[in-house]
Design a protein around this ligand. Structure first.
Ligand code: SAH
Length: 216
């Protein structure tokens, strides 16, 4: 796989369109330009990589559409140097966007095959400082907590208590909540003090389900 002028041109047009639909953070647009999304989609679908589409990856999972990646990232109000936990590594694309923003990324995936693919890509693209864990995201990453920000990229049945507890005071979490076949909603949760949280429902979304336990 290579990055070419053709793909760079497609990326340029993609970020122009994202800017038109409300992604105003210049650093995020720059990160979306820097990370070659066509490396993260299945072989043969590279030509679709810069359309605003979610695509199927291995193990019946999906790489989220670029607008959703940008939108969730924008909601986190990222600062360079933030410590960010991602639940659902999947293709590794969202984690790479965070890494390109200068974030210390900790990402957890429950499917071993996806975990290994993403690890190979991080090394190839120079994002080998992304910390990865093959584990169940319902448990978060206790040894590394607290986190400034948490991003969940699979729909949880409810907001997992363990994730809330691993959020820094003042920290922000974006998480889709709802059953697979029902309406899911994107929540923004802000930890306002040791035992207080503010949560806000933002909009209806569609994600693959967050599931318990590990898988090969
Ligand atoms: N952020 C990913 C999106 C992947 S789709 C990307 O940029 O490509 C959601 C991912 O969440 C899937 O890979 C799925 O296996 C994973 N997932 C679902 N439940 C999980 C859990 N309990 N712990 C960790 N990962 C989980």
């Amino acid at each position: 796989m290579q990055d070419t002028l053709l793909f760079q041109g497609m990326r340029r047009r993609m970020i122009e369109k994202l800017a038109e639909v409300g992604i105003h953070d210049a650093a995020i647009l720059q990160a979306l330009y820097a990370v070659p999304r066509h490396f993260f989609v299945p072989k043969g679908l590279e030509h679709l990589a810069y359309k605003n589409r979610a695509l199927k990856i291995k193990a019946e999972q999906t790489i989220s559409q670029p607008l959703m990646v940008a939108y969730q990232t924008q909601l986190l109000k990222i600062k360079a140097g933030d410590k960010v936990l991602e639940i659902g590594t999947g293709s590794g694309y969202q984690a790479s966007i965070l890494a390109a923003l200068g974030v210390n990324v900790y990402t957890v995936e429950r499917i071993q095959q996806l975990f290994e693919n993403a690890q190979t890509l991080f090394n190839l693209l120079g994002y080998s400082h992304i910390q990865m864990k093959y584990g169940d995201g319902f448990e978060g990453w206790q040894e590394q907590a607290p986190f400034d920000k948490i991003i969940v990229t699979a729909a949880a049945p409810e907001i997992p208590q363990q994730l809330i507890e691993q959020l820094q005071i003042g920290g922000r979490m974006v998480i889709p909540v709802g059953a697979e076949d029902k309406v899911q909603e994107l929540y923004l949760v802000v930890r306002t003090s040791a035992n207080q949280f503010k949560s806000q429902v933002l909009e209806k979304v569609r994600f693959v389900p967050m599931l318990k336990g590990l898988r090969d």
